[in-house]
Each structure stands twice: as C-alpha cells, then as structure tokens.
Design a protein around this ligand. Structure first.
Ligand SMILES: Nc1ncnc2c1ncn2[C@@H]1O[C@H](COP(=O)(O)OP(=O)(O)O)[C@@H](O)[C@H]1O
Ligand SMILES: [Mg+2]
Length: 342
C-alpha cells in the first residue's frame, strides 16, 4: 500500500497563500500536506482511495475542501462533486468540513431551516418558484431579498419593494421588478426569499475555527443604498465587539450545522443580531493574520494547523484502511449479497 498524505487541500486555479502557509506549518510538525487541484483528481473505481494525475493513490487522512471546489463549477456538476467527496470519505478520509455538513450548509433553504430549528435568529425564509410566490412574500413582508439557493458572492442577490413604477392592476410588481424577477426565476427556477432585515448598513462577519472566534469585523457599506457588496462602493472593514449573545449565536450555528470552521454573516436588526448566512469553510486570511483583526492566540495559520493535526489524529496514518462492508455498521449482511438472493 502507498503511504497516505496527511492533509490534502482541494482547490482550483491557484495554490493560494493560505494553502502554502498551512503546508509549511504542517511540515514543521512532521505532517505532509499537499495542494491538489480538483481537476487533477478523479474517483477510484477500485481499491485505491483516489486517482490523482492519472495514478491510483491512497486517500489522505484529512482533506480540506476549499470553497472554490464547490462554487466555481459548471452548471450541473454539483451532484458529481458531492459523490467524489463522499467517495473519499468512504475511502477513510476525514473531510473538513464533513461532506454532509457542506451539503446542508450550501443550500440556503436547508441552512435557514436547521438554524431556525436550533433556536437561532434567522430571517423568515421561503422558497419561491413563481412571480405569484414573490408577490405573496411582498404582501406579507413589504421589502424582500431574493437570492439563488446555491448562490455566493452576492451574485443575483436582489432587493425589491412592492408597488414599483408602472405597476399593473391587481399586482404588486412594478415594470422593472416584474422583468428582473422573471429572469431570475427563468435562470434559477427556484429562489430563496426573505424579508429585508433593517440594519445600520453593515454586515457583522465572524470567523469561527472549531470553538474559537478567530475574527469579528463589521463590513461597513459606503454605498448610498446601504448595500455592503457593491462594485462601485467597496466596503470598509472595522473591528467589532463580541457580546456574549453574539458568541452564543455564532458558536451555536457552527454546532447546529456540524461544521469545523465557518465564516458567518449577520446583520444587526432592531431586536439583535440575525444570521444572514453561514459560509462553510474559511476565506482568505493573509490580510488578517497578525493584524488587530486576528483574535487567535498565535495566528490563523497556527490555529487551523492545530485543528488539522487533531483531525489527522483521528485517522490511521500508515495505509489505506481495510475496505468497509456496506451495511456492516448495522450488523446486517452486506447489501450486495442481500440483493443477489432476491
Ligand atoms: N434578508 C436580508 N436582509 C438584509 N440584508 C440581507 C438579507 N439577505 C442578504 N442581505 C445582504 O446581502 C448580502 C448577501 O446575501 P447572502 O445571503 O450572504 O448571499 P451570498 O451567498 O451571495 O453572499 C448579505 O451579506 C447582506 O448584506
Ligand atoms: Mg454571503
């Protein structure tokens, strides 16, 4: 059997400062990290854990899924990406974040439902697949925010009010609102709708690694309409205080979704912080490490390395684990032999 790498960083396009820093920090602890481009990886159809650069290789002890693996995909590829990640888990890799957690987090409807059931503050969230659905939301809430269920980077996030210009009798959609919502629905089929949560034109962004709050900053809008993500008006970053209530919310969200690490966006509603989105995984920290925004004891890189080392310790180091019989967890005979008798 080939030796297993300790940690793979699954990514696309670039090696990234963070991946390189983590490989160097792991090496100092005697662990081997490797940056693997998603396009160089294929699923194994046999005993090997995976196929990398065309060669069968052992599955690593831990694999970190960087967000670009999921977000920079072609339309229709999502199911296969999840299959490929689950196949690595089946080969004995501890994926971070776990694939089930990535899935429940990346779908904004599922995420909102799970957070609400955990008693955490989230805006009311509905699935809309027609203009009638959108109008029903507007009648109930007034101003709404529409967004793609699997969206990111504020792409196609649209805020609109009922009663726009040129409204037709019997509707609440103005001319522009009708056109924009038609195209959004045509493209995405189903969208997520929420009431617009009034806030002081800033997001509160909190980074959680394990059970540590690694950063908490305001993303302050400089745009006249208060939008935080705006191409013409870049946001300003300011350090934010962490109240006990905020700490409880963000750590509760990470537990509710089963995540190892997350970047959580909140807005400050009149009744307190509301979670707008939990982004699983970590974004760049090269601009934060060692600055006043870094709240970790020894830097982001060291804290993430601690976490990876702990995760690696939960898996075997030497070789590929023995293949697991399907159904063995429940003590049943394996599924293949059961099927062959029917
Ligand atoms: N319901 C809402 N009320 C107020 N602001 C919102 C709401 N939903 C989204 N926003 C604003 O839009 C931004 C992008 O929304 P988000 O749900 O995080 O989408 P994405 O996944 O594309 O980042 C948020 O950071 C926040 O500033
Ligand atoms: Mg967001």
């Amino acid at each position: 059997m080939t030796a297993r790498d300790d940690v793979w960083f699954l990514d696309r396009f670039s090696q990234s400062w963070e991946n390189l820093a983590l490989c160097a920090a792991l090496a100092e602890r005697g662990l081997r990290g490797r940056i693997v481009d998603w396009d160089d990886l294929a699923m194994s159809g046999g005993l090997a854990g995976a196929v990398r650069d065309g060669q069968p290789v052992a599955a690593p002890r831990v694999a970190v899924v960087k967000s670009r693996v999921i977000t920079r995909r072609s339309a229709g590829d999502l199911a296969l990406i999840y299959d490929e990640l689950e196949a690595l888990e089946e080969a004995g890799t501890r994926i971070s974040n776990p694939v089930a957690a990535i899935r429940r987090c990346r779908n904004k409807l599922r995420q909102a439902a799970l957070l609400a059931r955990a008693g955490l503050p989230v805006p009311e969230t509905r699935s809309v697949s027609s203009q009638d659905d959108i109008q029903a939301c507007m009648k109930d809430w007034g101003e709404v925010v529409l967004k793609p269920i699997w969206g990111h980077a504020s792409l196609d996030v649209v805020r609109m009010r009922p009663g726009g210009r040129g409204i037709e009798e019997g509707t609440v959609l103005g001319i522009r609102e009708e056109i924009a919502s038609w195209h959004l629905l045509e493209h995405h089929k189903t969208l997520c709708a929420q009431p617009f949560v009034p806030n002081p034109a800033r997001d509160l962004r909190v980074v959680v690694i394990g059970s540590t709050i690694a950063a908490a900053d305001y993303h302050v809008s400089t745009s006249p309409d208060g939008a935080v993500r705006h191409f013409l008006y870049p946001l300003k970053v300011e350090r934010a205080p962490i109240s006990p209530g905020l700490e409880e919310i963000v750590l509760g969200a990470v537990v509710a979704l089963g995540l190892d690490s997350a970047v959580i966006d909140l807005v400050e509603s009149p009744s307190g912080p509301v979670i707008i989105e939990v982004n699983e995984g970590l974004t760049v920290w090269r601009t934060v490490e060692g600055t006043e925004h870094d709240r970790t004891p020894h830097g982001f890189t060291a804290l993430v390395t601690d976490q990876l080392e702990a995760l690696a310790a939960t898996t075997a180091s030497s070789s590929v684990p023995a293949p697991k019989r399907i159904g063995s967890e429940t003590g049943r005979p394996d599924a293949v032999s059961m099927r062959s008798t029917s």
